[in-house]
Write a protein that binds this ligand. Structure first.
Ligand SMILES: NC(=O)NCCC(=O)O
Length: 336
């Protein structure tokens, strides 16, 4: 599927049209297969899709959250940690080759093993430049504690802040999955100057599908950037049953990952979504000039009153904080 977001013609600046791609995919082998075979099979599955993006002239491509493995964090089993890789590991090397071959920036969300810090694990998105170089990384800021998303068993909240990566094609940032429920996380990437924010995700229908089309569009409008939302597809079955702590029977799957990847623009428009069931590549052209045009039109940054919120948050963080509530003095008076 391919689309285009336009901006008005300007008299001083040339249009800044960037072609952006999103890939959603299911895993390739049962989760019972040897881990290295599973990873290799995912590489083989996504390679022709990445090549199709490259052949279509995509400038910036983003893959789904933890694309190189099944989303096994529901299980709480530590064996799945073996999928983790250093930032320059085999998934990165695989993508570096494709990035330089197609002159394409690739955003790769992996389970990271940080060997320099005691083998700690992180949920990390890497930005690979169009020359195949690693530009930098961002670690997931908000770790879910909801449903079967037992990710906090595996890794902690990220320590990389809200970096924006200046690439050959524009300024990009990554708000990893559950971070999309946190408006301040979106805001911080905007304050650092992002023009496109990717939201690589792994989420299931029963939990989040009604929220999915709304949150990214709100973020794009409020923060005046483009958003690329990606969710994996399919149902992943794990070898051992686990429970959700809600009294329901034990089960061996997370539920259905509903795909539905799409783009949202700061002018409130959006593309249709990819399938709920099938792998897909979504491509859109976007004129990044639209961001400044909408900033000029709406003045959101000028009218934001950040100082009010900075002061409110500073007070809220203190243990002695008391909510600012003014009660009706007649509330507790008895009727005479
Ligand atoms: N991967 C992830 O953070 N999922 C959490 C569930 C959600 O945010 O929908």
């Amino acid at each position: 599927m391919a689309f285009c977001f336009h901006a008005d013609k300007e008299s001083v600046r040339e249009p800044r049209i960037v072609r952006v791609g999103l890939i959603q995919n299911s895993i390739a082998l049962p989760t019972t297969a040897p881990f290295s075979n599973q990873k290799k099979a995912i590489f083989e599955k996504v390679k022709p899709i990445i090549e199709a993006a490259g052949a279509s002239g995509v400038n910036i491509l983003c893959l789904q959250e933890a694309w190189m493995m099944p989303f096994a964090f529901c299980t709480r089993e530590k064996g799945w940690c073996e999928f983790a890789e250093p930032v320059d590991g085999e998934s990165t090397q695989f993508l570096q080759d494709l990035a330089s071959r197609y002159n394409m920036v690739i955003v790769s969300s992996i389970l990271e093993r940080d060997v320099n810090h005691g083998e700690t694990l992180w949920n990390t998105a890497l930005v690979i430049g169009n020359n195949g170089n690693i530009i930098g990384k961002h670690r997931k800021n908000h770790i879910p504690r909801v449903g079967d998303f037992n990710e906090s068993t595996y890794y902690m909240e990220g320590n990389t802040g809200h970096p924006v990566f200046e690439t050959a094609y524009g300024k990009i940032a990554i708000n990893i999955c559950y971070g999309r429920h946190h408006p301040l996380n979106w805001l911080a990437f905007g304050l650092n100057g992002a023009e496109i924010v990717f939201n690589p995700s792994a989420t299931v229908g029963e939990l989040s599908e009604p929220m999915w089309p709304i949150e990214a569009r709100n973020a794009a409008i409020a923060n005046i950037y483009f958003v690329g939302s990606i969710n994996r597809v399919g149902t992943e079955i794990f070898p051992n049953p686990f429970t959700s702590g809600n009294g329901r029977p034990q089960h061996t799957d997370f539920g259905h990952f509903y795909g539905s990847s799409h783009f949202s623009a700061p002018d409130a428009s959006c593309t249709p979504s990819l399938s709920r069931f099938r792998d897909g590549l979504l491509i859109s052209d976007m004129d990044l000039n639209l961001c400044r045009q909408l900033k000029d039109k709406w003045g959101f940054r000028m009218t934001a009153r950040y100082e009010l919120y900075a002061e409110m948050l500073a007070r809220y963080l203190k243990p002695e904080f008391e909510p600012q509530v003014i009660s009706d003095p007649l509330l507790n008076k008895k009727a005479s």
